[in-house]
Write a protein that binds this ligand. Structure first.
Ligand SMILES: Cc1cc2nc3c(=O)[nH]c(=O)nc-3n(C[C@H](O)[C@H](O)[C@H](O)COP(=O)(O)O)c2cc1C
Length: 312
């Protein structure tokens, strides 16, 4: 059987498949053995209690869904005292996704997590930065560098930076995160979208705009993954519209080292273990011994196309 062992920086994962933040919870342990996954990525937590956005917070679309959950959170103390102990029985690495409204608050929160036994921090920087007029950190290379550097100084834990697809030059943001000391990138969070209800003549989401995820996001996130993987030498974890072994292989070939599965978990809560088996089977069928052998297979010899892409 194909070897799915995957190295993400200093971490060794048993396979490249893990949940995307916000689409996974401990209740999934009732459906499958969580230790069959490469890592367990928790829903984003903020340092303090947060209520989230007005309802409705999700709506279904033909090619996926829109959400404007707004990161409701019980805060860091609750995470440390109540949530993390529940993950102690599992051997899969636990990755805590964090968010805050300033670089300093991000760093303080990361520091408070350093004393726990988590395996990595994923910085969700697609959130508003109060020091930049509420513009998301991940929208600017400068803000990305500042926040990732601040977190880097505050913790020795492996640090993943989760990027946004809503930017013109993702490679610049990726390089800023790498220069600031990120150990890996996650590409991508959701793409900004909107939906209108013709019958009620109103917006479908309480927050008017929301994040597009699911199959419709895949070509965009795949492209961003490729652009970032070309630009940096740290691992890139692909995320967006993954629901099959073929999707995973596409991401690996485009340069991803590992992948995250989001919206597909809502359609089939047991999809992730199925994908682990399906990926091994698909690699076997192709005669590929190790999933890592596929990583970046399309990147060599792509210089000319890549140059055009940099201009666009
Ligand atoms: C309902 C929902 C909640 C989400 N919550 C978070 C979150 O808390 N933190 C985060 O970084 N991303 C969050 N995301 C984004 C996902 O982690 C992922 O980046 C995105 O959905 C793209 O992957 P997908 O197309 O496989 O869903 C959420 C997505 C959905 C659909």
């Amino acid at each position: 059987m194909a070897d799915l062992t995957t190295r993400v920086g200093s971490m060794t994962l048993k396979n490249p498949i893990m949940p995307a933040s916000g689409t996974f919870g401990l209740e999934m342990a009732e459906v499958f053995d969580l230790d069959c996954l490469g890592a367990l990525v928790l829903k984003t937590v903020t340092p303090h209690l947060r209520s989230g956005n007005p309802v409705p917070r999700v709506c279904e679309l033909e090619g996926g869904m829109l959400n404007s959950i707004g990161i409701p959170s019980k805060g860091g103390q609750y995470l440390i005292e109540n949530t993390l102990p529940k993950f102690a029985p599992y051997s899969a690495p636990v990755v805590v996704s964090i968010s805050a409204d300033s670089a300093e608050a991000f760093a303080e929160f990361a520091e408070s997590l350093s004393a726990t036994n988590i395996d990595a921090i994923e910085a969700n920087i697609s959130c508003p930065n109060i020091e930049d007029d509420g513009k998301a950190f991940a929208m600017s290379a400068e803000a990305t560098f500042k926040v990732i550097s601040a977190i880097r100084r505050a913790t020795h834990l492996p640090l993943w930076a989760k990027l946004s697809p809503n930017v013109g030059a993702p490679a610049d943001i990726a390089r800023a995160a790498e220069d600031a000391g990120a150990d890996a990138l996650v590409t991508t969070n959701t793409m900004l979208g909107m939906a209108v209800d013709v019958r009620t003549r109103a917006f479908k989401l309480g927050n008017i705009m929301g994040g597009l995820s699911g199959p419709a996001l895949k070509p965009i996130a795949l492209r961003v993954t490729y652009q970032c993987a070309r630009a940096v030498s740290i691992p890139v974890i692909g995320c967006g519209g993954i629901s099959s072994a073929t999707d995973i292989m596409e991401y690996l070939i485009a340069g991803a080292t590992a992948v995250q599965v989001g919206t597909a978990n809502f359609i089939d809560p047991s999809i992730m273990p199925k994908l682990v088996t399906a990926l091994a089977d698909a690699l076997d069928a192709e005669g590929i011994a190790r999933s890592e052998d596929l990583v970046g297979a399309a990147i060599s010899g792509d210089r000319e196309i890549a140059r055009v892409e940099e201009i666009a």
